[in-house]
Design a protein around this ligand. Sequence first.
Ligand code: FES
Ligand SMILES: [Fe+2]
Length: 337
Amino acid sequence: MRREKDAHGHDLWLFGRPLTSLPSQPADSIKPDWQQARIRHIEQTLKRVRKLPSGGWHVVTATKTLSEHPRFFYIDGHEVCVWKSEDKILAVINRCPHMGAPLSEGTVRDGVLTCPWHGMQIGEGKQGRFLEIHDDGVLTWVRFRPDKNIDRPVLPIRPQHFIDGVIQFAARCDPEDIIANRLDPWHGVHLHPHSFARLKVIDNADHVLTVRVVFRAVGSIGVEVDCTFHCPEPNTIVMTIIRGEGSGSVVETHATPMCPGWTTVTEATLAASARPVFRRALKRPARVRSQIEQRARGLWAEDRAYAERRYYLRHPELLPEMAAQSSGEPVGKPRPI
Ligand code: FES
Ligand SMILES: [Fe+2]
């Protein structure tokens, strides 16, 4: 292990093989993070990625969470009901064609969904207009309109063997606020000091942001890796570890629009490693999966607040809503007379 300093000048112990050293900079040219943060670049990138082709696909959820129990999702202004029949995933608009009952409150038997109001049967060869679905092996996607040019969701390169952990939550913001959060690595050591000990942007070319970061394993013990961030489609941003421990692992953050001002975030971490202990864990992934998901939830507690704050700043009329959520007692908070 090597002893170094973290971003706040505290001792840091690094394990794993050291990465190739970066060209050194004179000490006085290293600006504080708030001065390095490239706000204009974030805005320009958001504008650019909005125009990327997506084929109209939206992430629904982690495929492994789907079952014969029908579930309701709100996606891009549509109510969607999704269930699994044997190996097949079926999705329909969550509105019975008879009188509009919520189909997700019906029951499924032998793959056929029975409407809770008057018993209409929705299934293959029966009633119902089925939506186009794609299972990429980790996540299930849906689309509402066909697109001849793109028949599959645009996915990043994934590791061949991995343990996946998926978390999902709703946020009071637009998809661009979620993507913007991930396009700002400069907040890492300040907003998440428990997870990131050091972070430096080392390249920002060809629409790919590269950072050298020390993830804290436990306390002052960490591991240093190089990773990239890029957007393969408008509502997805991907972090890929390109050098160091866990090389090839990816974290896909998908921001699915629900309706203006509301977004479902689905984050899939596909962890890979060449270590023998990881190869053994692949056979029994439950423990690693729960650690991955716990860590992701911890980071998003802060990042969700960041993304929602960004949304509120564009919508000052909603500031009372934000004030009501604040743990403090904001001056001017409306009170009952
Ligand atoms: S509303 Fe579904 S059968 Fe009547
Ligand atoms: Fe963050």
